[in-house]
Design a protein around this ligand. Sequence first.
Ligand SMILES: O=P(O)(O)OC[C@H]1O[C@H](OP(=O)(O)OP(=O)(O)O)[C@H](O)[C@@H]1O
Ligand SMILES: O=C(O)c1cc(=O)[nH]c(=O)[nH]1
Length: 222
Amino acid sequence: MISLQKNAVNFVKFALQCKALCFGSFETKSGRNSPYFFNIGCFDSGYSINKLSRFYTNALVNSGIAFDMIFGPAYKGIPLVISTSINYSLMLGKDIPFSFNRKEMKTHGEGGLLIGSPLKGRVVIIDDVITSGISAMESISIIKKTGAEPVAMLIALDRMECSVDRCISSRKSAVQEVAETYGIPVISIASLNDIFSNVMNDINLSKYRERISEYREVYGIL
Ligand SMILES: O=P(O)(O)OC[C@H]1O[C@H](OP(=O)(O)OP(=O)(O)O)[C@H](O)[C@@H]1O
Ligand SMILES: O=C(O)c1cc(=O)[nH]c(=O)[nH]1
């Protein structure tokens, strides 16, 4: 089994290669001006989504969490659960059911909000990032309504920054808040620390060091 650290390092390298990890000036969902951005939509080919899902699978296996199926919140969670379940079955020889939701209820044909294997047992939610925790809350609510049990959340990148309005009072990251609020572990393939190490060690990225350090000072949770 590949170590979590190696998985994180290789993931950051691959994200840079696919330009899914960019440096510059980006507005986040919370309205902050971030010196870096992670865009999972850049893993946009068979090769890259397959490789991405190997990082997810490694992180999931490494976590040791016992689960029965995976759930991907629309839209970006959809290719993530499909590719991860394929990779999981190839790497571990175990068939993992998956499910995902629609953003709007379908009122004709088979109808409904959920697609895929019926939600049951212990469910791991797979997504790209957590910003305010709204998507996590919605996924947990969907899963609980069916009687299934959300047991963990797996994301690609933990930005390790405080959530929008509770920043000053709680000094907890959005990821920590989700974990504490719902009592489930939140696992990430990599974190801002891994990105920061890369920026510190790569001479080509040296021009971004100061801005990232400043951003961390203001919003970061160490
Ligand atoms: O913690 P949050 O504040 O909910 O932010 C994180 C969520 O936001 C994005 O999805 P979005 O809801 O924008 O939908 P998309 O997958 O269709 O882009 C992202 O894929 C996460 O699911
Ligand atoms: O906070 C966000 O909106 C956000 C940050 C990030 O790095 N990637 C992303 O998809 N959203």
